[in-house]
Design a protein around this ligand. Structure first.
Ligand code: FAD
Length: 400
């Protein structure tokens, strides 16, 4: 019999765990499997706030795909996916043209959501990728270096604006606020010249999170000099900084955009029904009406039946979906029954820089060093799932 062809698009949390699980579970005659991604490395998006603020080397967030995926079993193609032609069972790649598939797993991740605010792509930093965060770090250091060499003091060089007090924004400002004293010291800049703002349109920081933990996080960050502007939508980003809806202008040369994401544009292009680029998938994780296309991670949308609202897109869900998809692909090939995906939310922990963090694990609230310990364990557990103990020991974080 002819072996079916499986294409996995994107080597992030969803794509990598799918590939890794297939490599372990499939027999060599079950399928030809190809993983396609833009870079020849996998990067951990959930770590990127650290290199963005300069508290971690960006190389620590990435690893060669061939070092974790068995490329004898899974073929890897480095290329950019430009299009999915679902009626023809083909994807169109930037360099290598068209590729046909029998089964498709789409795990291309997300792009920034601007909510229609003008100037984001021109004037703000919004790319949460390895190359995107390197630019943020270098830009901040450059402004510190430049500050003392200007004829007139430019306060906007030392004013940092984070748009969005969600997970990404809070984790980033946590790292940056922790690093500021060190930057001031090494660049001869008085600390009181530095201003940090977090601007949030919703009525609270970290919407949906436990209010006591939110308060803890805000107090801690305020103590490090962060000013919150909550319930204050940004109406425009321009070359001078940001303009708020109430007319206030904040002059800043560094606006970091973290107001949330939408699914990868290829989803909309392919003509899947979607909400902000995310496809509300069936319980078996296939796109509605498609019997051979699975969509997972930030490109997918699943409803929390308790709250009747969508789950926020997370690495945690992407990885769990990947496990189900690997099982369901094998079930399709073998003609057995497909599984239903049920998320098992183990907890949520946000780091706040240094040894500080907040989180909920089970129904327990965690603060400070115990939350920080848990955060490191979560990061390490992922490496364990992906590449076993070896990868965890080599690439993991010390929990202390
Ligand atoms: P990704 O992991 O983003 O992977 C997408 C992959 O597709 C990438 O490798 C990319 O290079 C590739 N790709 C993109 N476009 C193309 C193309 N056209 N062609 C080929 N390849 C392409 N979640 C948590 O659960 N816990 C956390 O603590 C947490 N912290 C976060 C902190 C930060 C700073 C950020 C930005 C996110 C955080 N998240 C967290 C969210 C989490 O990172 C995402 O939900 C997760 O990465 C989604 O996985 P994915 O597989 O859908 O996409």
């Amino acid at each position: 019999a002819v072996k079916p062809t499986i294409l996995i698009l994107g080597a992030g949390y969803g794509g990598m765990v799918t590939a890794s699980k297939i490599a372990k579970q499939f027999g060599s005659n079950d399928a030809n499997v190809t993983l396609i991604s833009k870079h020849n490395y996998h990067y951990q998006t959930t770590w990127l706030h650290e290199p963005a603020a300069g508290t971690m080397d960006p190389d620590r967030t990435r690893m060669p795909i061939s070092s974790v995926i068995n490329t004898n079993k899974i073929k890897f193609v480095q290329d950019e996916v430009n299009e999915i032609k679902k009626e023809e069972n083909k994807v169109v790649l930037k360099e290598s043209g068209e590729m046909e598939y029998d089964y498709l797993v789409t795990a291309l991740g997300a792009v920034p959501e601007t909510f229609g605010v003008g100037g984001v792509f021109e004037h703000a930093f919004s790319k949460w990728t390895v190359n995107g965060v390197r630019e943020i770090k270098e830009h901040i250091e450059y402004l510190f270096a430049k500050y003392n060499n200007e004829p007139e003091p430019r306060d906007d060089y030392l004013t940092f604006v984070v748009a969005g007090a969600g997970f990404t924004g809070m984790e980033f400002i946590g790292e940056l606020s922790k690093r500021i004293p060190e930057l001031c010291q090494s660049y001869d800049v008085p600390k009181n010249k530095v201003k940090m703002y977090v601007i949030e349109a919703a009525p609270t920081a970290l919407p949906g999170f436990d209010p006591e933990l939110v308060e803890y996080a805000m107090n801690l960050l305020e103590h490090r000099g962060v000013e919150f502007k909550i319930n204050q939508p940004i109406s425009e980003v321009n070359a001078e900084g940001v303009v708020l809806k109430d007319g206030e202008e904040i002059k800043s040369q560094t606006v970091v955009w973290a107001t949330g994401v939408r699914g990868h544009p290829v989803i909309e292009q392919a003509g899947f029904e979607n909400m902000r680029g995310r496809v509300k998938v069936e319980r078996d994780l296939r796109a509605p009406g498609e019997d051979n296309i699975f969509i997972i991670g930030d490109c997918s949308l699943i409803i929390n039946e308790e709250t009747e609202r969508p789950y926020p897109p997370t690495a945690q869900i992407a990885m769990q979906q990947a496990e189900t998809v690997a099982d369901n692909l094998l079930a399709l090939i073998k003609g057995s029954e497909l599984k239903e995906f049920k998320p098992d939310i183990k907890g949520t922990v946000a780091s706040l820089g240094g040894k500080e963090a907040i989180g909920v694990v089970g129904n327990k609230k965690l603060y400070g060093t115990s939350a920080n310990f848990m955060k490191k364990m979560i990061d390490n557990r992922y490496l364990w799932i992906l590449g076993g103990a070896g990868l965890m020991l080599k690439r993991g974080k010390s929990p202390l």
